[in-house]
Every structure is written in structure tokens, then in C-alpha cells.
Design a protein around this ligand. Structure first.
Ligand code: 0X9
Ligand code: ZN
Length: 441
């Protein structure tokens, strides 16, 4: 977390440096005339705020669908300004009603922080990985898998509804024969608890596409994985927040529960709220009114506990920082299976690093950020399986705004990490009984 705030402020600083040098604003769009050009032009504003609550009020000015991108995640001091990128009518509203002021900035600074283009196109198949996709397109891709590869995708389930009523979708992927007597170990992989971490879901889909291609090409490791395990995939834990991040506020983190959203990765029923849950509902890490108070978290908890008896592993995909985080995350004390978890996470990090020479580092989760109510700890403490948080690309150069061109490589890294994790499961089972005690590797 701290690393993210630091990088965010670094971006703001970069812009301010541009200001200090007195550079001239340049248009970033290639449109040549009239109203369209005016509406496309990105304007850089500074808006006065007194606290986090004011940022929420600022967002409400723009309303759904208007381009507004608030650059700071929160107000660190008692008052001051936040910087906002806004286009067309959104900028006009902010200038007129929120006492925002237009700023001049360096063209370079603006290029770095310009909003990512948001595509609503429905693309299925391999080309899905070429861009970040809407929730609708994500749902279509999942349906496409089931329809086109029924030998690999066995069920698509709606395991609940999000706060705003979107489907919480889970898809099962395996090539294990249905009639076999020994239970098939299940690996749960979830992504996108945090709205702005677009690369999380995108990486999972890219990894799935590589699994399909690898299975068709009879890649031995992939065939072995799919013949002997069931992957239970939930690419979009927080669809409401994700859509809000795409359409309204790129830096949104939480779900969209009233009044100001809940940080889902503080809401799990594992040492929930013991420390670090701010009383302010507008905090970016607000943990909710109780353990699993949020429909997204409670749906996953119920599903994993009741419907995945053969679970052996839980992976929670996030961004950014390139880290492989292992239990515990709420305390720096070591988990009872630390001597297996530590080498396992090192093996995962090494495998991810080898894909494209992007350094991934293994670390105990609490060493990165000690937090209560995290999914990784819930997997271990309540679901009885090791829980890893994977922080995907990058290490701060783009941060959450990772270019879509990096999706395929990031997917390859996730897949390499998964394969390494599976190789390490025998070491875990030598000192840990999974919920289905019949499963021993
Ligand atoms: O703070 C988080 O929720 C995760 N980092 S992120 O920047 N993606 O928000 C890290 C969670 C690690 N898990 C625990 N500390 N339990
Ligand atoms: Zn996250």
C-alpha cells in the first residue's frame, strides 16, 4: 500500500515539476476540429478539498460515464488540492461547481497520466488479451470458453450478486475425467478484488488462453496440470468497482457499497477488524461493518467452504509491485507451515521472474503490509489451504495504469507461477492436511 501511495504521489510530483518549469499545455488528441475536439481535450484541474469525503463529493459531480480521473487517492493533510483530469462537460462542471482551477502542466506529465482508453468492444477468443475489457466482455469471454472448449470448461456458475446486482461468475477448468475415483484437487484463483488493478483479471484471462493453447499443443506441464487438477477461476470479484474505475474514477479501489465503498481485501472473516480498520467510511481501506459484510466476499467464502471440498490452494491476484506474498498477512509471526510456504513462494517468484526477466520477489504477506481481513489469511485460517497474494506488474513505472501491451507477458508470468505452485504442493501436503484429508500428493 505505502508503495502505491508513494508512486501515486510521485506521479503528481512529476506533474508539479512540470508546472514549476512553466511548460505549456499541449493537446493530446489528434482530433482536428470543433466540438468533438473540445470534448476530447483532457484538462488538468486542481480542486480544493477538505478531506476524503470531499473527494467522494467530487466524484459525484461527474456522474457515471463522464470522463473524470482523480489523481490522488486520498488527502493526506487536513486540506489542500487534489489534481483531476477531466474531459469536456465533466471539466466544465468541476470548474463551475467545485471551485476547481485549470492548471498548466508539461505535455510529458500529461502523457504519463492521461486516462487509459476504455474499450466497450466485445471481443472473445485469443484477441481478448489485446486490451483491458469491460465486465460485459469478460462475461462473454467466459461463455465463449464453455461453448468452444466444453472438454476443458465444465461449469460456469453465478455464485452470487455484487452490491449493484452484477453476476459473480466462476468457471471450472479441468481435463480430468469425470468418472475417476480419486478426488481431483481444486485450485481456487480469484482476481480483481481491487477495482483499479486492471491487470489482475486481464492476466488471469491471458493465462487461461495460454492454458488452452498449451493443452491443444500437448505441452506436458499444462496437460499434467489440467489432467490432474481442477482450476476454479473467479476473474472478477469486484465487478461494480471495476466498472466504476473504467468509467468514472480510474483510481477507485473498493466495491460500490453505500456510502463510500468497502475495501474487500479487509473484509474477509479472518482476524477481521483487529487493527487498521479506519472509522471513516470514506477511507480507501475501510473494512466494512463486520466480517464478510460485503456480498462479494460472503459469496466467495460460502462457495469455497461449501462447494470446493477438494481445495488445496488459494491464489488472490492483485497489482502492482511484482511480489509473491505468503501467510500470514495479519501478523509477522510465522505460519505453522512456514518452512514449506517460504520455499514455495520463492519457487513461484523465480518461475515468474524467468518468463521475461521481470523481477518478482517472495515475501511474507505481513512484511509487505500487515492487514486484517485479507483473503490470503482467510484461505489459510478458515479454508484450510495456503493462501498467496500475487502482486502482478509493474514495480511503479506505470503502476495501476499498466499499458495493455503488457497483458500477454503478465499472463505468462501468472501461468508460470501457477505451475511452480503446483510443483510445490507435495511439500505442503507432507506437513499439512487439506480439508479433504484423502488428498496427499
Ligand atoms: O493491501 C492489500 O490489500 C494488498 N496490496 S494492494 O496494493 N494490491 O492493495 C496486499 C495484501 C496482502 N495481504 C495481507 N497483508 N493479508
Ligand atoms: Zn490489490
Amino acid at each position: 500500500m505505502q508503495a502505491h501511495f508513494a508512486s501515486c504521489w510521485a506521479v503528481a510530483l512529476l506533474v508539479l515539476l512540470g508546472l514549476a518549469r512553466g511548460n505549456i499545455v499541449e493537446d493530446l488528441d489528434d482530433d482536428s476540429d470543433g466540438l468533438a475536439r473540445e470534448n476530447m481535450k483532457i484538462r488538468f484541474l486542481a480542486c480544493p478539498v477538505r478531506g476524503d469525503l470531499d473527494i467522494s463529493r467530487l466524484q459525484s459531480f461527474a456522474g457515471n460515464g463522464l470522463e473524470i480521473d482523480i489523481l490522488e487517492e486520498r488527502v493526506v493533510e487536513k486540506g489542500g488540492f487534489v489534481h483531476v483530469l477531466a474531459t469536456g462537460n465533466a471539466a466544465k462542471v468541476l470548474l463551475a461547481q467545485a471551485r476547481c482551477m485549470e492548471q498548466k502542466s508539461s505535455a510529458m506529465g500529461l502523457r504519463m497520466i492521461q486516462p487509459q482508453r476504455v474499450s466497450d468492444e466485445i471481443v472473445t477468443g485469443k484477441d481478448f488479451d489485446l486490451d483491458y475489457r469491460s465486465f460485459q466482455a469478460i462475461s462473454a469471454q467466459i461463455a465463449h470458453y464453455r461453448q468452444n472448449y466444453p472438454h476443458l470448461f465444465h461449469a460456469v456458475e453465478v455464485i452470487g450478486k455484487s452490491y449493484e446486482g452484477r453476476d459473480l461468475l466462476v468457471v471450472h477448468m479441468t481435463a480430468a475425467s469425470a468418472g475417476r475415483e480419486v478426488p481431483v484437487p481444486q485450485i481456487w484463483i480469484q482476481a480483481s478484488q481491487h477495482a483499479r488493478e486492471w491487470i489482475a483479471a486481464a492476466s488471469l484471462f491471458a493465462a487461461v488462453n495460454k492454458l488452452i493453447a498449451g493443452y491443444e499443443a500437448q505441452d506436458p506441464r499444462i496437460t499434467n496440470l489440467l489432467n490432474n487438477f481442477e482450476l476454479v477461476l473467479m476473474p472478477m470479484v469486484n465487478p461494480d468497482g471495476y466498472e466504476y474505475s473504467r468509467k468514472v474514477n480510474r483510481m477507485w479501489r473498493k466495491n460500490r457499497a453505500k456510502p463510500h465503498g468497502v475495501d474487500l481485501n479487509r473484509n474477509w472473516d479472518a482476524s477481521w477488524g483487529q487493527f487498521g480498520c479506519p472509522s471513516s467510511t470514506s477511507s480507501d481501506v475501510f473494512c466494512g461493518s463486520g466480517p464478510a459484510s460485503e456480498p462479494e466476499v460472503s459469496a466467495v467464502q460460502n462457495y469455497v467452504l461449501n462447494r470446493l471440498p477438494n481445495r488445496v490452494l488459494g491464489l488472490d491476484v492483485h497489482s502492482f509491485s511484482q511480489l509473491v506474498l505468503y501467510n500470514y498477512g495479519y501478523t509477522t509471526l510465522k505460519a505453522p507451515i512456514d518452512s514449506a510456504l517460504k520455499p514455495m513462494s520463492t519457487a513461484i517468484a523465480q518461475a515468474m521472474t524467468q518468463v521475461a526477466n521481470q523481477k518478482y520477489i517472495a515475501q511474507q504477506s505481513a512484511g509487505f503490509s500487515a492487514v486484517c481481513g485479507g483473503a490470503d489469511d482467510w484461505f489459510y485460517l478458515k479454508a484450510g489451504v495456503p493462501g498467496f497474494t500475487l502482486e502482478m506488474r509493474d514495480r511503479g513505472a506505470y503502476g495501476f495504469r499498466l499499458p495493455a501491451s503488457q497483458i500477454p507477458d503478465s499472463g505468462a508470468e501468472l501461468l508460470a507461477g501457477l505451475l511452480a505452485a503446483v510443483d510445490s504442493l507435495p511439500a505442503i501436503s507432507s506437513m499439512h492436511a487439506f480439508p479433504n484429508a484423502q488428498i496427499v500428493f
